[in-house]
Design a protein around this ligand. Sequence first.
Ligand SMILES: Cc1cc2nc3c(=O)[nH]c(=O)nc-3n(C[C@H](O)[C@H](O)[C@H](O)COP(=O)(O)OP(=O)(O)OC[C@H]3O[C@@H](n4cnc5c(N)ncnc54)[C@H](O)[C@@H]3O)c2cc1C
Length: 418
Amino acid sequence: MPPPGPVCTFGRGSFRVNKPVIALTERRAFLRTAAAAGGLSALGLAGCATTQASPAAPVLAKPGFRPVPPLGALLAKPDRIMGITVCLRPFRAAGPRLDTEKVGDKLVVHNYGHGGSGWSLSWGSANVVVKKALSGGEKDVAIIGCGALGLTAAITAQRAGARVTIYAKERMPEVRSARATGVWSPDSRIALASAASPDFPALWEEMCRASFRTYQSYLGLPGSPIEWTDRYILRDNPPPTSPATDPMGFAHYESRVHDLLPRSETLPPQAHPFPAPYARRLSLPMFNVQAFGRLLMSEFLLAGGRIETVEFNAPADLARLKEKVVINCTGYGARALWKDETVVPVRGQIAWLIPQAEVNYGLVYKGVSMLGRRDGIVIQKNGADESWGYNDANETPDRAEAEAALATIASLYPQVPV
Ligand SMILES: Cc1cc2nc3c(=O)[nH]c(=O)nc-3n(C[C@H](O)[C@H](O)[C@H](O)COP(=O)(O)OP(=O)(O)OC[C@H]3O[C@@H](n4cnc5c(N)ncnc54)[C@H](O)[C@@H]3O)c2cc1C
């Protein structure tokens, strides 16, 4: 953690601004002070810098609630954008394809089409497909694809005693999986409620629980590949009493696994430092994808796995492989390789800000999210519902979209000079 810096006191909640700590909010006191000072933007760092340093004490949000710790203030400035990436979620209305098929003398087990849930469901999906792949007693397995689904299937097959070779056009970190947000989101764009089979919700639950368990085994490791973080959902107006509209009818199954996560908490305005009066806090697993991806690669290679750079143009190309069992983890690439037009791209863009160790939490505000990962700070427009980006295969970064999203988040940090 950075050393404590100068402090401004406006009550009990707190923001860290770079190294300085600005203690904020007993919310009403803060607003009164701000008004007296000429508005929120008048409370800049310069006015704080003379006060002696001391870390702000955490405050209790409500009796019995966990304190809101000092939160580092995001330097939400366009010149801190270090990159803009675009990724296509491989969405299938019926849910991921996990069936088997014979191609020549090969048994192909499919493992693609996980929408916006690929990282979250990966280990559970791997259990399902590896069981199918090894059911005939084969010990040599080929995996096509070296993204989230390929690497987790490969490691799961190794743990079950198989010798595994990955064949892929790109490998981590060049794959689309490396451009994901990095949150636990097991039912994000996973299927349409109307198109998923009646068996799918139970299968989803099995995969979700298995993945959740496996991710716990990656906590507390050097480089923090996986960690739990808090997310603050902020609003200017009271939350709607009826569920948000979803014109496409995406499937949501979170009620089946409500026991996995701590309950979300409503925070009173005086308990958090943001200038948006309505706040809810969630705790979720977060994936530091760069560290986690490298860890998966090392784990696979250390266990004797091999990776070959190969591009397949048609299923018939699998005849070149020596293995009889193939797990197909090609993600959005399956649309072209398998001529599977049920795979629909759902575009998502991320602007990456330079990491700030003290920004170790996430925000959601006005259809934009921020996530303070160790390998970069994610700024992402999410739109009004999950259909944002649907059927859009454009992977060209849009700087204007990135800066507009950043401006939305910047409005939550009026004390940071732009
Ligand atoms: C903006 C965005 C944010 C996301 N955020 C999250 C999140 O926070 N949490 C979450 O759980 N999920 C998230 N997702 C979803 C997740 O990223 C995807 O579900 C996941 O990356 C899919 O992984 P994959 O391994 O199937 O595909 P990929 O990562 O695309 O890997 C496919 C692999 O197959 C190879 N391949 C493809 N075609 C061929 C071919 N013809 N020949 C040889 N090799 C081939 C590729 O080279 C690559 O190695 C997000 C997605 C997007 C777009």
